[in-house]
Design a protein around this ligand. Structure first.
Ligand code: DGT
Ligand code: CA
Ligand code: CA
Ligand code: ZN
Length: 585
């Protein structure tokens, strides 16, 4: 595949750095870095220049550079670069990402101390060896240790919720700025990925410099990494990197589509443009057969919607832009009408202070009623979860009496809201934690595997057995994963989904932002088998009700509609739905 000039420039830049790491002569390394810069500023398409054999006319482009650029543009690869990369320890290259370390310092530490990884660097600093090197000193050594710490703490992956909370006040501030015409988040955050790398902001404005300056001085910004004329990178609270790009308002819809991604989605969009004799890039959609950003050739679009229309597609929601079938469905006009979080009428998996939740039953009823819910199930842990203060049948039956009294009081006051009784019953090795007669007394039964084994077949069998129980309405957090913290236990999710389909069992989409479990990638399969979803907040305190909004976003990412989600039903219809599996007994 041929490369465009940005990609070629990036590789030249990297060659410069790698050569410096090897200690090559500075003229040679600088030729590559300068060459990269020249390419970026070219107004003509690079492909054209190469095809017409005119690279030599560009200032600073000697034979070596011409030959390499030609190879890259025509074949998409460069043997020289690949060999060079292979000749340097990968750990050394990674050290360049530590703040304050350039190729010269990395090379010196490698030559004198054999440092070729983050670990060996840290050890050498702690042993005081780095400070002894020429041109380093105690101060530099301390700074390097700090930077290593910083990097560890501010890892490169972040949970969606942390990125959302960090981005919202920044987006509000941008929106309120008088020189901002339009603004949005983009990238994986806008696509609602469960884990993101960095936050992307996009603004349209006539005064980019002022916007950049304003952005870098916002209270949520704790460190400025780069500050250019139209883009900036910063670290925001939570240690998350955030990129801002400022474009003209005419470019805005195209930049928004481009920087929302995903890369895979963008590739297909570009392809569709080419098939129609057009060119799509971050600057616009152009009537041209080659790369350009000539405004005279622009197909003006006011919104993303119009870009999609021009490429014969309906609007594709950002959550679906993963090249996971949105183009095929879009062409047939079969994109789903996605769930809205306001469609949710309550949550069917929650805890109270009877097990490991914080709030009392009365407070929960009051709070969720005022929030506008129609119902809220209390599904405290069963006795096997002793560390979570799980309930035995005796305590659970006491709780049922209390809930009944609360509901009676609500009815007397003319309120429509109801608490539902229930349990998050543990899936044990050979059975469920409660007998069927206990489960039969409950409105809602969630079955969860809290202590899995290491054997996939065994975990799968346990969950299938739980699904086969006529009193179990749904399986809770199917894999037990905690994002960026704990891996999923081994389980054959497809087999479990099949069992749920066969038995009329629902599957939870646990909306706790550490979980988002079952994963969005599996819902399309579940849906194809007719398995319904329940978006549950798994609330342990009032504030967790807000998880429902996040869970709905993940459900959207899994292509789910209102009809696919059980807790969009009104209380009466929910009661009927809860009876359905049991009535088959
Ligand atoms: P992240 O930050 O790793 O969670 O994922 P994204 O999707 O936010 O990726 P990011 O921040 O590197 O770039 C934002 C978007 O910009 C990305 O989704 C698509 C677009 N983009 C960036 N680089 C490229 C590229 O080389 N080719 C194409 N087609 N699109 C790109
Ligand atoms: Ca990003
Ligand atoms: Ca980015
Ligand atoms: Zn649980």
């Amino acid at each position: 595949m041929a490369m465009d000039k940005e990609q070629v420039a990036e590789i030249l830049q990297e060659i410069g750095v790698l050569l410096e790491l090897k200690g090559e002569n500075p003229f040679k390394t600088r030729a590559y870095v300068n060459g990269a810069r020249t390419l970026e500023s070219l107004s003509e398409p690079l492909e054209k220049i190469v095809a017409e054999n005119r690279l030599g006319e560009i200032k600073g482009f000697g034979d070596a550079l011409q030959q390499k650029v030609t190879e890259l543009v025509t074949t998409g690869r460069l043997k020289y670069y690949e060999d060079l990369k292979a000749s340097i320890p990968a750990g050394m290259v990674a050290l360049l990402e530590i703040q304050g370390l350039g190729p010269k310092k990395v090379k010196a530490m490698h030559d004198k101390l054999g440092i070729d990884s983050l670990e060996s660097l840290e050890a050498a600093c702690k042993a005081g060896k780095v400070a002894e090197l020429d041109g380093f000193g105690e101060k530099t050594q301390a700074k390097i240790l700090e930077a290593i710490d910083f990097r560890r703490k501010y890892a490169t992956r972040h949970r969606l919720v942390d990125a959302l909370y960090a981005s919202e006040p920044i987006l509000d501030a941008l929106r309120d700025h008088p020189d901002v015409i339009r603004c949005s988040t983009a990238g994986s955050l806008r696509r609602f990925k469960e884990v993101i790398g960095d936050i992307d902001f996009l603004v349209s404005s006539k005064k980019p410099l002022e916007i950049i300056d304003f952005f870098t001085k916002l209270p949520g910004v704790i460190n400025v990494l780069a500050k250019g004329d139209t883009k900036s990178s910063v670290i925001v609270e939570g240690g998350i990197q955030a990129d801002l790009r400022v474009v003209s308002d005419a470019e805005y819809p195209f930049a928004l589509a481009y920087f929302t991604g995903s890369k895979e989605h963008n590739i297909v969009m570009r392809q569709r443009a080419i098939q129609r004799g057009l060119r799509l890039n971050e600057y616009g959609l152009f009537r041209s057969k080659e790369e350009t950003r000539d405004p005279a050739l622009l197909v003006a679009c006011q919104t993303e919607d119009e870009i999609f229309k021009t490429l014969d597609l309906p609007y594709i929601a950002p959550e679906l832009r993963e090249d996971h079938g949105e183009f095929v469905a879009g062409e047939k006009n079969e994109l789903p009408r996605l769930l809205e979080w306001t469609d949710l009428k309550g949550s069917l998996h929650n805890h109270s202070n009877w097990s490991d939740g914080r709030n009392t039953l009365e407070d929960i009823a009051k709070f969720m009623n005022e929030l506008g819910c129609e119902y809220w199930a209390v599904t405290d842990h069963s006795r096997a979860s002793y560390q979570a203060n799980g309930l035995d049948p005796e305590r659970l039956r006491k709780q049922l009496v209390e809930i009944k009294a609360i509901n009676q009081k609500l009815a007397d006051e003319g309120e429509d809201f109801r608490l539902l009784t229930g349990s998050e019953v543990d899936v044990l090795k050979e059975r469920l934690d409660f007998e069927n007669d206990m489960l039969a007394e409950l409105d809602v039964v969630v079955a969860s595997l809290h202590v899995p084994g290491s054997d996939e077949a065994d975990n799968t069998k346990r969950l299938i057995r739980a699904a086969e129980n006529p009193y179990v309405h749904m399986l809770g957090h199917l894999t037990g994963r905690l994002l960026l913290e704990r891996e999923a236990y081994k389980v054959n999710q497809h087999a479990v989904i099949d069992a749920c389909a066969a038995t009329g069992t629902w599957i939870e989409l646990n909306a706790n932002p550490y979980r988002f479990d079952m994963d969005w990638r599996l819902w399309m399969y579940a849906k194809s088998k007719g398995v319904k979803c329940v978006v549950n907040s798994d609330a342990h305190r009032h504030e967790h009700a807000g998880f429902l909004r996040l869970g709905a976003g993940i459900a959207r990412k899994g292509w789910l509609t209102k009809d696919d989600v059980v807790n969009t039903l009104s209380l009466n219809n929910l009661r009927l739905a809860l009876q359905k599996k049991r009535s088959g007994i």
